[in-house]
Write a protein that binds this ligand. Structure first.
Ligand code: PHE
Length: 341
């Protein structure tokens, strides 16, 4: 039995030393020291020993058990440390490495120009107003002196949302004039940027969705001179102090008199070229003195107050500003285009 025990000890110690995982140590513990393990099996023969031999073998068996248990404890601690070390090594972060580069976007050219325009007008005492894109025909047309039967209301030109043509996608930002005047007493000085919709085919200068910036001033003694001064200030801030403007008579139902404002072609300085299609001038915006009917329908006394309004296309002024020739570039979101701003 002594030899059996010695053999068990040396075998067990060898096996334990070779174990490379905590689970393997557990299996060896069961194999050697478990209830059905090899040590128990040897000790079952104790019954056949003499009274003198029994304590000697008993002591030896205890010391073999103690030694194996000690080794198991020692190795399991070592394996645990090793595992931790490996884990730390695998998860280690080299804080000296350069950071991963985040591709960061740039501002859309129309956002850049819109912010410039807002800045220019805020500097002149205007505030920013907003209105709904889904609008009542009442506000988009009727209250703007554009009664039923007017060609601008044609189903060919406008996206109606209801069978009776009373709700639509606004075709202009001008209905915001009415919404503001209904709520606010003069003096009024607002601009209102936003999306507008018309049934246009997409090409280099048209899109069924585009952006306008509406402007409205109502106060005592407002005249065409205020309109000209304000719009000249806008154009010079956008295109430089030498930019020349031209005010042409025009017609809008909700302004009287009305005009269109052109800016002299920056390319040919008025000579006529490809950019201005030989005109020497480029059309920029529509404007006029608010029609007295429009003011009165909003409860504004036209004996006391007058006003001017204008509407400018954001795509158009952005194209001029950056020399962009195709409007589709604004909406295609090609990063090669967007990255340039
Ligand atoms: N709403 C007009 C348009 O879309 C522009 C405009 C606005 C004209 C305000 C005069 C005054 O064409």
């Amino acid at each position: 039995m002594k030899e059996q025990l010695e053999k068990l000890r040396s075998e067990a110690l060898k096996a334990l030393a070779a174990a490379d995982m905590p689970a393997a140590l557990d299996a060896l513990r069961v194999r050697y020291l478990g209830k059905k393990g090899e040590l128990t099996a040897i000790l079952k023969q104790m019954g056949g020993l003499s009274a003198e031999e029994r304590p000697v073998i008993g002591q030896l068996a205890n010391s073999v058990r103690a030694e194996i248990e000690e080794k198991i404890a020692e190795y399991s601690q070592k394996l645990g440390e090793k595992a931790l070390e490996a884990k730390l090594l695998a998860e280690s972060v080299d804080v000296t490495l350069p950071g991963a580069e985040f591709p960061h976007g740039s501002r859309h050219p129309m956002s850049i120009v819109l912010d410039e325009v807002k800045d220019i007008f805020i500097g002149m005492g205007f505030t920013i107003a907003e209105g709904p894109e889904i609008e009542l025909a009442e506000y988009n047309f009727t209250r703007l002196n554009t009664p039923e039967g007017h060609p601008a209301r044609d189903r060919q030109d406008t996206f109606y949302l209801s069978e009776d043509d009373s709700v639509l996608l606004r075709t202009q930002t001008s209905p915001v004039q009415v919404r503001v005047m209904e709520k606010q007493k003069p003096p009024i000085r607002i601009i209102s940027p936003g999306r507008v919709y018309r049934k246009d085919e997409v090409d280099a200068t048209h899109s069924p969705m585009f952006h306008q910036i509406e402007g409205l001033v109502v106060d005592k003694g407002i005249t065409m001179a205020d309109l000209k001064g304000t719009l000249n200030a806008l154009v010079r801030r956008l295109y430089g102090p030498d930019a020349k403007t031209r005010f042409r008579p025009h017609h809008f139902p909700f302004t009287e008199p009305s005009c269109e404002v052109d800016v002299q072609c920056f390319e040919c300085k008025g000579e006529g070229c490809r950019v201005c299609k030989g005109e020497g001038w480029i059309e920029l915006l529509g404007a006029g003195m608010v029609h007295p009917k429009v003011l009165e329908w909003c409860g504004i006394d036209t004996d006391v107050y007058s006003g001017f309004a204008f509407g400018v296309g954001l795509e158009r002024i952005t194209m001029r500003r950056f020399g962009i020739s195709d409007m589709r570039l604004f909406f295609e979101n090609d990063v090669r285009f967007l990255n340039q701003f």
